[in-house]
Design a protein around this ligand. Structure first.
Ligand code: NIG
Ligand code: FE
Length: 416
């Protein structure tokens, strides 16, 4: 029997439950002091405070530090060829994100590099990124396609996600994002690309069971609300759960679509109008907010306080991608959650654990520390939860435990 006891936990902090926490509940965190967690075969079998049970188990001493659930990054564009450092100089000269895209750069230059990369190259590159994420405390990662924009490359990206899920210690959730941009070869015929997606690519992705979710970039000059509806409805007919990149730059109706299509999450929401917040509340959609992207684009920040006040569950994610957020550091995202969204450390913790798990339909098995859930947890170099929001720029993840095994953290070497 594979049994692990994490003991001498100074503060165990976790949201509770099997669904997203909204409103005041988002800030309700259970705190246990002087605590322990017993894991068997990768699952939590019991936890408590004061004396741990006397049992035969491998012991991990948390040295009086903070323990939380493993972080869940519910929005990444993990699989891509190349980087886009050349865009920095353009940005500094004042060229905007959408202008770069309209000139055939941006997402489209990553499409070129991703089409040219072999499956193994994409796999190796994403593997290294996942290692880095785990060292920073992330145990589950959502990953999107969307840099292929043709059948073969979209499938190639999704196969890489599937292989990573099988071989890397992290868990991955796959999202099909074929509607991420209009590919250059369809520049003169949008309708033909929409038909390709709806008649060929979505059915193939579904048939090969390569994705659980379907996403679309609903934005000025990319896909309209009407086109987004069509794609998400088609995805639904093939069993793909809708997600939507909405209100990142212009509010063209993306967040209002959540209610109509029953989106599990809406992403970005930087300029989300009150009607979008109301639609998400009615639909029970998780607002997946990406503050590192606001920071990187130099834009405003999503109205997260309004969302929480309205009873919309909020998740925070990295949006790791080579253009609008070349960072995979969810600890930095947590800092920004406190400092720029003005969330409490407790609200932020729910946002990167249980609510993020709900955004990828996994709140039943991860996102909190309680009996029966997967034994995914982080021992932090921190005495309490406030410390995670307060310190910046250092990796505070000391040990990252995935399914009961040490898989990351700067002290991981001790356990290799
Ligand atoms: O979420 N907004 C669309 N997609 C990504 C950016 C992708 C890119 O620039 O390569 C995002 O910000
Ligand atoms: Fe994104």
């Amino acid at each position: 029997m594979d049994r692990v006891l994490v003991h001498n936990i100074g503060m165990l902090a976790t949201p509770r439950g099997f669904s997203a926490r909204r409103g005041e509940e988002q800030g309700r965190i259970e705190i246990l002091r002087n605590a322990w967690i017993l894991c068997e075969e990768g699952r939590i079998v019991s936890l408590g405070s004061c004396e741990p049970p006397v049992t035969e188990a491998r012991r991990i001493d948390a040295e009086g530090l903070l323990v939380t659930p493993g972080l869940v990054d519910a929005h990444t564009h993990l699989i891509f060829g190349g980087w886009r450092q050349n865009e920095l100089a353009l940005k500094l000269r004042g060229v905007t994100y959408l202008e770069i895209l309209a000139r055939g750069g941006g997402i489209l230059s990553t499409v070129k590099a991703t089409r040219e990369a072999t499956e193994d190259e994409l796999f190796d590159k994403a593997w290294d990124a996942l290692d880095e994420m785990m060292d920073l405390g992330v145990t589950t990662v959502e990953a999107k396609s969307g840099y292929g924009l043709d059948l073969d490359t979209e499938l190639k990206q999704l196969r890489v996600i599937r292989r990573l899920n099988e071989e890397h210690p992290a868990d991955l959730a796959a999202t099909f994002l074929g509607a991420h941009a209009l590919p250059p070869e369809y520049k003169e015929d949008r309708e033909a690309y929409l038909r390709l997606l709806c008649d060929q690519v979505i059915p193939t992705v579904a048939k090969q069971k390569l994705a659980a979710f379907c996403d679309v970039f609903c934005e000025t000059g990319v896909f309209s609300a009407e086109e987004s509806r069509r794609i998400l409805e088609t995805g639904k007919r093939f069993g793909l759960i809708p997600k939507i990149h909405a209100d990142e730059i212009d509010p063209i109706g993306g967040s209002q679509l959540t209610e109509e299509v029953g989106a599990i999450s809406a992403e970005h929401l930087i300029v989300c109008p009150p009607e979008g917040i109301e639609a998400m509340r009615k639909a029970g959609t998780v607002a997946c907010c990406l503050p590192a992207t606001s920071f990187y684009l130099g834009s405003t920040f999503a109205p997260v306080r309004d969302m929480i006040a309205a009873g919309v569950p909020v998740a925070l994610a990295s949006d790791f991608n080579p253009g609008s957020c070349p960072s995979l550091n969810l600890q930095f995202v947590m800092n920004l959650g406190c400092l720029r969204y003005r969330m409490t450390p407790e609200e932020v913790l729910s946002g990167v654990t249980l609510n993020a798990a709900a955004a990828i339909a996994r709140a039943d098995s991860i996102g909190s520390l309680e009996k029966g859930k997967q034994a995914d947890l982080v021992i932090w170099d921190a005495p309490d939860l406030d410390f995670l929001g307060y310190r910046m720029g250092s990796n505070l993840a000391r040990l990252v435990i995935k399914k009961g095994k040490v898989q990351g953290g700067w002290l991981r070497g001790l356990y290799d």
